[in-house]
Structures are given as C-alpha cells and as structure tokens.
Design a binder for this molecule. Structure first.
Ligand code: KG4
Ligand code: ZN
Length: 343
C-alpha cells in the first residue's frame, strides 16, 4: 500500500509518499519562515493562503521526483489536527478531495502522533513499549506508548510549550525568528558558567512542566546585566543568557524523562517534535541513557520539525489496519492524542 501524506497544520507545507514494502519513497517540504519572519511569528491567515498556493505544485513535484503517476497511490493521509484551523482545512480539503477523485481511502492524522512515530522512519526504529517526550511549538508531553494508538499521558506543560518558550525568549532577546534554532546557535557561543537558571518543577514529584517562568528569568537577567552595555559585550550577554536558558530547559526535560522511564519501567526513550532537533537535548539524553542503560531514539533533523513523511507513515499505519474516514471531512484544531483508537 502506497500512501501520500499531507502536512499543513502550521507554517510548513509538507508532502511525502510512504510504501509499506519499499518504505519512504520521497518527501518535499516548503517552509514559510521567510513569509512570517517580518511579523516575528506565524500569522495564521497568511499561513493558510500560502498552503493554498504551494500544496498542489509541491504534490506534483513529489510525484515527478519519485516517478509515479497518481494511480500508484492507494491511500491519502492528511493532518486533521491539532493546529491552526485555516491551515488544517487546506490540507484536509485537498487530501479528502484527491481520495474521492482517485477512489482510495483517506485518513485524518493526529499531528503529534505523526511526530511520535517519526523515529520509526530511521534505520534502527524504537520497539514498543517506550516513553516519548513530545516537544514542539504547541506541546510538551511525556507519553507512555504501548503501541500505535495506545497512549497514556504521563505529564505535560501547565503553561508554555518548550518550543514556545524558546520562541518567546529568542524574541525577547531580539534574536529573531524562528526562535528555537536561532537561540540554540547563540547558546553555542555562550558561557555556561555565567548564569544558572532554575529547573522549574523538578524539586517536587510529578511529570508536569512549566516553562513560562524561564522567559521572565531571561528578561530580568537581561535588564539587570545590560545597563551601559553595547556592541560585542551586549551580544556576549545575550549568548550567555541563551546558554543558561537552553541548559535549564534541556536539564529539566532530561530530569523528567528519567523520572518517566523509572515510573514506567521501560528503557527506551523517544524524542520527537521540533525541539528534539536541539543538539544539546539529544546529547543530554544520550548521555543519560548511556549511564542508566537503554536507548534514546530521535528522528533525523529534518523529521524532528514538521514534515509530510511522518504524516504519510502514521497514515499508512492506520489505513493499513483498515481505519479510514467517511466522505465528509472535519478538522480538529484541539484533539487529545489519548482519544485515538488503537491499531
Ligand atoms: O514540531 P514543530 O516543527 O512544529 C510544531 O508542531 O509546533 O516544532 C516547532 C518548534 C518551534 O517552537 C521551534 O522554535 C522549535 O520547535 N525548534 C527548536 C529547534 N528547532 C526547532 N527548539 C530548540 N532547538 C532547536 N534546534
Ligand atoms: Zn509539529
């Protein structure tokens, strides 16, 4: 079975083809970063309009790239949520229409399930059961995963998601957009010993997170330390704050991952979602797993952030198991992952 995947939940237009026998056949991504950069964040209406412009040419390009006609496609998967309603509607409307026209089944995929399963596209995929840390721009969740669609939420952020905290802190430091990669690059040049930020909610039991205080911590540090500074000194201060912020987020995530593994009694940890592209986070959990025994799995960098491949793969899993939507389609901007049926 060969499934086409369509991702339009936020600011990336992604398409991919996944085949049950041959694996991932191809994928293409168009990023709207340049479109939103001037606004310092994603403008939902501009995002949907750009998906409308880019989606069909991207799909055509993908079919050309893999050398297939549409009659080779036996299923369509599109992101149905969570995400921006207008942006989701573009992918859902096109995906459902194509499936109708081609007379193949269609399925609406949960975006975070897509992220969660993305490591399955790598050469040494994780085996169930495992604990997954899902860290994106909208979600920070620890999930116990017994199988596809068998999810138990262990903990989540009570305020900002980890990616959101990166984005807001980067914006506040005047580092630009998108915040995560920019802040991480600046942190590389930062002095790790100059500031120490708190590790929120690690001093009490539990698996929930809170990241909004770190952004305030970064702001007050900047205000306190920047008086009279300019030029290179000010830039160094920002690098040092970026480093302290990143270290605090990474450390906090790792501490909670360790707790979740202990509580679940499993020894495989999956990282997924945009923030899992963070090198320091990857290195930190690799080290932790080497010490305690077990393995950390995360997708290649381009599949950490939004992409069509993860949607094609998650959709293939469900279509292959016989699940599909009716002829009408709906989008689910808010959609708890635990409500998904098991495969
Ligand atoms: O999964 P994703 O592409 O989109 C959502 O589903 O939200 O995640 C995007 C988030 C953004 O907040 C971005 O700043 C963050 O992932 N991000 C990073 C890095 N790359 C992307 N955060 C920290 N370090 C990175 N290298
Ligand atoms: Zn995402």
């Amino acid at each position: 079975m060969c499934v086409i995947g369509i991702e339009t939940s936020c600011d990336e237009t992604g398409v991919a083809l996944y085949d049950g026998e041959r694996g991932l056949l191809g994928h293409q991504l168009y990023s709207q970063v340049a479109l939103h950069a001037g606004y310092g964040g994603v403008v939902p209406e501009l995002a949907s309009r750009d998906h409308v412009r880019k989606l069909v040419p991207l799909l055509r390009g993908l079919l050309e790239q893999v050398g297939l006609e549409h009659d080779a496609i036996s299923g369509v998967a599109y992101t149905a949520g969570p995400g921006l309603a207008g942006a989701l509607l573009v992918g859902a409307a096109l995906g459902r229409s194509l499936a109708w026209a081609w007379d193949v089944p269609a399925i609406g995929v949960h975006h975070m399930e897509g992220h969660l399963l993305a490591p399955m596209l790598e050469p040494a995929p994780p085996a169930f059961p495992f604990v997954a840390l899902l860290v994106s721009g909208g979600h920070t969740q620890l999930v116990e995963v017994a199988g596809i669609g068998r999810y138990r939420l262990l903990g989540q952020s009570v305020d900002d998601a980890a990616g959101e905290a990166f984005d807001k802190t980067a914006k506040m430091l005047g580092l630009g957009y998108p915040g995560g990669p920019v802040l991480a690059a600046r942190a590389e040049r930062g002095d790790p010993t100059r500031f120490r930020f708190p590790r929120p909610m690690t001093d009490r039991p539990g698996l929930d997170f809170s990241f909004s205080g770190l952004k305030t911590f970064a702001l007050t540090t900047l205000q306190r330390e920047s008086a009279g500074l300019g030029g290179a000194e000010l830039e160094q201060l920002k690098d040092d704050i970026a480093r302290a912020f990143e270290d605090a987020v990474v450390d906090t995530l790792a501490i909670k991952c360790r707790r979740a593994l202990e509580a679940s009694g499993v020894d495989t940890l999956v990282l997924a979602g945009g923030v899992s592209a963070n090198r320091r986070l990857q290195a930190r959990v690799d080290l932790m797993m080497a010490e305690r025994g077990g393995r950390a799995c995360y997708p290649r960098a381009e599949f950490c952030t939004d992409n069509g491949a993860m949607i094609a793969y998650a959709g293939w899993q469900r279509l292959h198991a016989g699940q599909h939507e009716g002829l009408s389609f709906d989008i689910r901007p808010r959609w708890p992952m635990e409500s998904l049926p098991a495969v």
